[in-house]
Ligand binder design. Structure first.
Ligand SMILES: Cc1cc2nc3c(=O)[nH]c(=O)nc-3n(C[C@H](O)[C@H](O)[C@H](O)COP(=O)(O)OP(=O)(O)OC[C@H]3O[C@@H](n4cnc5c(N)ncnc54)[C@H](O)[C@@H]3O)c2cc1C
Length: 336
């Protein structure tokens, strides 16, 4: 007898996606926002397809989420798994793939969109919701590319353990996530140097207190008004060059440097189909998640909101899919 499958057992790959269908909505992106949006799409009875290349997105890079209501404390991976599991509880289609292009199209007389994937699949859909998030901003200094994964990293959770017991590790940045990266790295390296170009780091107050405590313990030191201008090494990185001398020297020996200086919105697909973006290339949406192109919606880190968090993005995604639902119903009403 076959073992009974758990309701939420996760297949390794999903190809439950039908090229013959006209979907009500295609959600691009499988971060927390994509999953929450897909869950609500299923709940609203929309024929929903979610396509993503990295299941979980950015949040899985953090070891500690303490600000998602309902969960006092959990890892980013756990939060993403919970949202994915919730989405899978509804009748939605899921595809592990990358969307390469979205274009305006027609199916019979009906105007719609066509989403093309890297694997050469094509899906017709009445609406598209971009939840494509962001990618890491690079420092753009000599040595960064050469020593990537050889001392230069972008995720403390993923690569921090490599530096257990090492003398000095740096973090470039001054945001809340940079502070969290530095705090996590104190669990591995003997000392963490937070290198920030500004005058005052700006983490959430609770994380600021944690950083202050680590400064008192001698585990963190902050170098203000300082930029890294070069990363040097041989086979592995060995030092960074600073634009402001530290203890009289511009060259600072370091075992690794973690870069957390912000993110670039992944809005190119939206731009190609005529969606407006702001000067930071964030998708411009109204309070309901609507873009300037009827039938196209967006939510999460890729849009022009100020406060980018899992919970805000999830709320935006739910608001956007509700608008997609209203858009689909309106179209059905018109063609009846
Ligand atoms: C170190 C760190 C710590 C953080 N800590 C917290 C925290 O404690 N609490 C909190 O609320 N927030 C935190 N954040 C912010 C949080 O991670 C983001 O706000 C949130 O993950 C955004 O989700 P998203 O779904 O909009 O985007 P993302 O998580 O970036 O997901 C987008 C997804 O879309 C996929 N994608 C993009 N383009 C395509 C395409 N063309 N085809 C298919 N798939 C595509 C991407 O691969 C990705 O999987 C932290 C961020 C960082 C970097």
């Amino acid at each position: 007898m076959e073992p009974k499958k758990e309701k939420h057992e996760k297949p390794k790959y999903d190809y439950k996606a039908d090229e013959k269908l006209l979907y009500d909505t295609v959600i691009v992106g499988t971060g927390v926002v994509g999953w929450a949006t897909a869950m609500y799409g299923g709940r609203l009875g929309l024929k929903t397809l979610i396509i993503g290349d990295i299941f979980g997105g950015t949040i899985i890079l953090t070891h500690l989420v303490e600000n998602y209501p309902g969960f006092v404390r959990l890892t980013g991976q756990e939060l993403s798994d919970k949202l994915e599991e919730h989405a899978r509880d509804y009748d939605i289609d899921i595809l592990s793939d990358r969307v390469e292009r979205v274009e305006k199209s027609k199916r019979g007389h009906e105007e719609c969109f066509l989403a093309h994937t890297l694997d050469g699949k094509k899906f017709f859909t009445r609406t598209v919701i971009f939840a494509t998030g962001t990618k890491f901003k690079k420092l753009g200094v000599p040595g960064e590319k050469e020593f990537e994964n050889k001392g230069v990293h972008y995720c403390a959770l993923c690569d921090g353990p490599l530096y257990k017991g090492k003398e000095r590790v740096g973090v470039v940045g001054g945001s809340d996530s940079a502070a969290k990266e530095a705090l996590l790295l104190t669990e591995y390296a003997k000392k963490v140097y937070l290198i920030y170009r500004g005058e005052k780091i700006r983490p959430e107050p609770i994380n600021e207190k944690r950083v202050e405590a680590k400064i008192k313990e001698g585990k963190i030191e902050i170098l203000y008004k300082t930029n890294v201008t070069e990363i040097k090494g041989d086979k592995l990185m060995t030092s960074v060059i600073l634009d402001r001398p530290y203890k009289g020297n511009k060259e600072f020996k370091m075992d690794a440097i973690f870069i957390d200086i912000g993110h670039i919105p992944l809005s190119e697909l939206a731009i190609q189909v005529g969606v407006k973006v702001n000067e930071k290339k964030e998708i411009t949406v109204d309070r309901k998640g609507r873009t300037n192109v009827p039938g196209i919606f967006a939510a999460g880190d890729v849009v022009d909101t100020e406060f980018k968090q899992a919970i805000t993005g999830v709320g935006e995604g739910v608001a956007a899919v509700y608008q997609a639902y209203k858009y689909v119903k309106e179209k059905e009403h018109q063609s009846a």
